[in-house]
Design a protein around this ligand. Sequence first.
Ligand SMILES: Nc1ncnc2c1ncn2[C@@H]1O[C@H](COP(=O)(O)OP(=O)(O)OP(=O)(O)O)[C@@H](O)[C@H]1O
Ligand SMILES: [Mg+2]
Length: 223
Amino acid sequence: MSDYILEARNISKTYRTSEVAVEALKDCSVGFVKGEFTAVVGKSGSGKSTLLHILGTLDTPDRGELFLSGESILNLPDKELSRIRRRKIGFVYQDYSLFPEYTAYENIILPIRLDSGKENAEDVDKIMADLGITHCRDKFPGEMSGGEQQRTAIARALAIHPDVILADEPTGNLDAENSLEVIRLLSEASRIYDQTIIMVTHDREASEYADRILKISDGVVSE
Ligand SMILES: Nc1ncnc2c1ncn2[C@@H]1O[C@H](COP(=O)(O)OP(=O)(O)OP(=O)(O)O)[C@@H](O)[C@H]1O
Ligand SMILES: [Mg+2]
């Protein structure tokens, strides 16, 4: 048994169109331990999003295995896999993906409610305070800055206390100052909540906040 909370073993993925086949990932093996904040860096088209999608079971590899808390999960039935996606994996997107007709608080608790659960209001309030968005509690996304919206999206991912949070260029739409703040908060959240976070970023300074930097070049992962 490994100590990895999430592990990919010998993952390969080729995208085929009528004209070409692109080997997006080539025999990638990588593991992540609990509480670790990893930055994934690499040129455009190197395979970063592909890796993240496969780690999040949003895409399936052609070859290889994926283990969550030591359990091989790729061959699980769809229903089981979507349950894992709801409960054990948090996603943060570049465009925030908040529902405009819900307040920040409502957006944060939505995944818990959709999973037929009841949120712990104290816990949600603490997460909002830790991310500095208490003042946004009853605001709608349209009434919040980009940075506040992204912090709300991060709070939403943290609130389910998933095994892992996957963030694909979470600062891609933010200015330099807000980017740094969001990355600093992700790093702090990872520490406070012992939360495993894997973040794709183009931000050079992001690397300074990460516990670990993973490089991808032409579909090959290296430390
Ligand atoms: N659905 C798809 N169909 C065909 N090719 C794809 C598809 N998705 C990705 N690719 C190709 O696979 C390779 C890796 O793409 P990926 O999106 O993982 O790159 P990336 O590192 O995230 O790039 P970026 O920094 O621009 O987001 C690229 O060559 C891309 O063109
Ligand atoms: Mg990408």
